[in-house]
Design a protein around this ligand. Structure first.
Ligand SMILES: Nc1ncnc2c1ncn2[C@@H]1O[C@H](COP(=O)(O)OP(=O)(O)OP(=O)(O)O)[C@@H](O)[C@H]1O
Ligand SMILES: [Mg+2]
Length: 381
């Protein structure tokens, strides 16, 4: 029976769960978490915006959401956006990326928005931020675009005005007056503001405690880093700008355990790349001492995971490329990677040869294939 106010009897009411996640958002979270180590807040922030998009609840005439990523170098600020692009569109580069430091002068801004008609360069090159450029990665399932403004503290005044307009009204006017709609964009901005202060906080922690330190000391430092980064952002950016940001996420410094997990992730990515490039898997098995060696070589907590990636490039990717180029390694082979007993290096031993002659055909002897394997397997950012 329906009451006079139109409500159904209380016995039929059902309590709803606002914390339940949409299965697609849940899958996005799982796949993003599998790629990003130790930055749950950033993952949650991305997932929250994706769920907003899936629900069609994005604010009118505004981007889907705007996130500001702060924190130490090499801790995953850029990687989070790349990983989101990888999960949503199958390609880490499926995003619009603006390196703010590259657009200091007005003629450089023209590369983004084009010049007004009649000006020099008008029609010469298509601006980078047209609607077509923005929409080109969208798929029927994911009609949204990831936009990354890297190092925004380096943006010139004119780029800054452009950015404010996008955050405020989700619209950009190109040089020839065409309008570009940013309302289907998740906008992420990164900044190293406060990096110096953060660096000294991190160094102090490394100095006082074991590298992966007692948790409470680590948490206190994380809290200090959070406040330091936020204070630096408030000093530098106007309240007008800060008010347009949905969430500020401060990335925490990585600990030794995080670096171990990142080492594993990056080593797996090499196998994926080999498979993509050469069409057949080349299995790589690492002994614990090989991993220890890479971790020791790449461990400099002040640079986050950057040195780990350099160590992998130097001790794994380049030697592998040589083995492929000289025909010692083929698709279908299995390799054991160990620490070299005599030299500060890794050793590579073939423990299983590809079976049939067709299976052992050489897959990587072309110079361009090897070059692209090297450059794509470990993009050193
Ligand atoms: N939290 C993380 N999870 C997984 N990989 C990471 C993480 N942090 C860093 N990496 C690895 O290290 C590389 C460098 O990290 P990234 O480019 O995201 O640093 P950043 O925080 O943007 O630094 P910067 O402020 O100097 O730009 C990434 O490409 C990734 O391979
Ligand atoms: Mg970065």
């Amino acid at each position: 029976m329906i009451s006079s106010t139109g409500e159904q009897p209380a016995a039929t009411w059902k309590r709803l769960n606002p914390h339940l996640m949409n299965p697609r958002a849940q899958m996005f979270e799982e796949q993003l978490s599998a790629r990003i180590v130790g930055q749950q807040r950033a993952v949650k922030a991305m997932v929250g915006l994706y769920q907003l998009y899936l629900a069609g609840m994005t604010p009118p005439h505004r981007p889907i959401g705007t996130l500001l990523f702060l924190g130490p170098t090499g801790t995953g600020k850029t990687r989070v956006v790349e990983a989101a692009a990888e999960v949503l569109f199958g390609d880490p580069f499926a995003m619009i990326k603006v390196d703010c430091a590259e657009f200091q002068h007005s003629h450089e801004i023209a590369k983004l928005i084009g010049s007004p008609p009649g000006y020099l360069g008008h029609r010469e090159t298509e601006p980078a931020l047209t609607q077509e450029q923005l929409d080109r990665f969208q798929t029927p399932e994911n009609q949204l675009t990831l936009v990354l403004f890297d190092e925004i503290e380096k943006a010139s005044d004119s780029l800054w005005m452009l950015l404010l307009g996008i955050l405020d009204k989700a619209t950009l006017t190109l040089g020839d007056n065409r309008k570009v709609d940013f309302s289907r964009c998740i906008i992420c901005m990164t900044s190293n503001l406060g990096a110096k202060e953060i660096d000294s906080l991190v160094s102090a922690r490394i100095g006082f405690s074991p590298a992966d330190g007692p948790v409470d000391a680590g948490e206190r430092t994380d809290e200090k880093i959070y406040r330091t980064a936020l204070a630096a952002a408030r000093r530098k950016f106007t309240p007008e700008f800060m008010n347009r940001i949905d969430k500020v996420v401060v990335f925490r410094p990585l600990r030794e355990d995080d670096l171990k997990a990142i080492l594993d992730l990056e080593l797996n990515r090499i196998e994926e790349r080999l498979l993509q490039r050469f069409g057949r898997p080349i299995r790589l098995r690492y002994t614990p001492s090989a991993k220890r060696f890479l971790l020791e070589e790449g461990k400099d907590l002040r640079y986050g995971a950057r040195h780990i990636k350099r160590a992998i490039e130097r001790f794994v990717v380049f030697p592998l490329a040589n083995l492929i180029a000289t025909g010692q390694l083929h698709g279908g082979d299995e390799i054991l990677v160990d620490a070299d007993a005599l030299n500060p290096d890794l050793s590579f031993t073939k423990i299983r040869e590809a079976k049939s002659s067709s299976a052992s055909a050489s897959y990587g002897n072309s110079h361009s294939e090897i070059h692209s394997f090297i450059t794509q397997s470990v993009p050193v950012g």
